[in-house]
Write a protein that binds this ligand. Structure first.
Ligand SMILES: [Zn+2]
Length: 266
């Protein structure tokens, strides 16, 4: 079999990071590992990846994708979304950072991930010592709060990532179907950020402090259909978020306490 390396062209550098540091691995060994056809991943994962501002360039060259992939599915992002987001934020916050450091993005998702890395590296295991060294050296910071501040300062958030992932899926799907790429910046009305104040005329049931952005608050609100929503980036995309989970759990707790009190009274 003669094998020539093809090309895969996305729309921006963020998409290249999302592909190289998360989605290529999901296609070959993760989420789509056992998908059909069995060799679907070979050409696309072996392709040379780049980006172009010209929609005519988007898609694959030298091969045709063997299937389509939904990179923005809530199930997948529940598992890989946080670290994929951090990988893009790292690439934006620390220009020139190596692929090796970007592959360690899961260590920077939360303070506890970082603390765990520091603790394990402190025991002297070579693999973890090297990982911590790589990150500290390349980022030039060793205080987690400073690192997180730099990452948040990129202003690239969950909603931006979902828009990029949808566009990546669309670029590959169009190549697979043999359709031409849409000209202009891809946008889907469903994922445009709300232009109106989401709190206007809404019942605010509870507020939560953002874990990553000091001073930022997210609100659990009741929407026009009477359903509960969270105003955080995930919530805006109708995806499950920790705030709504926490709110439901707390509400469940209140219900149980009331039931116990009623039982005691009876
Ligand atoms: Zn939320």
């Amino acid at each position: 079999m003669s094998w020539k390396k093809g090309k895969l062209v996305f729309a921006n550098p963020e998409q290249v990071v999302l592909w190289n540091h998360e989605m290529a691995g999901q296609v070959s060994d993760g989420n789509w590992e056992n998908s059909r056809p069995f060799d679907h991943w070979e050409d696309i994962c072996g392709a040379e990846v780049s980006y172009s501002a010209n929609p005519d360039d988007w898609g694959t060259q030298g091969f045709k994708p063997k299937r389509a992939y939904n990179f923005s599915s809530a199930d997948l992002l529940e598992i890989v979304g946080d670290r994929a987001l951090v990988a893009v934020q790292m690439a934006k916050a620390f220009p020139g950072i190596s692929d090796k450091a970007l592959d360690h993005s899961d260590q920077l998702v939360s303070k506890s991930d970082w603390d765990r890395l520091v603790e394990i590296a402190g025991r002297g295991d070579k693999y973890w010592v090297e990982m911590l060294d790589t990150l500290k050296t390349e980022i030039g910071l060793d205080d987690y709060e400073d690192i997180k501040f730099k990452l948040n300062d990129t202003l690239y958030d969950w909603a931006d990532m979902v828009i990029d992932l949808r566009q990546m899926s669309e670029i590959i799907r169009k190549s697979f179907k043999g359709e031409s790429q849409t000209t202009g910046k891809y946008s889907s009305p469903a994922i445009e950020k709300p232009k109106t104040n989401p709190l206007e005329n809404r019942d605010i049931l509870k507020s939560y402090d953002s874990d990553i952005e000091p001073g930022r608050k997210y609100y659990i609100v009741r929407n026009d259909d009477g359903e509960l929503e969270c105003t955080c980036p995930k919530g805006k995309l109708n995806q499950r978020c920790t705030h709504l989970d926490r709110f439901n759990k707390e509400r469940e707790g209140i219900k149980e306490t009331l039931q116990e009190k009623i039982k005691k009274l009876a």
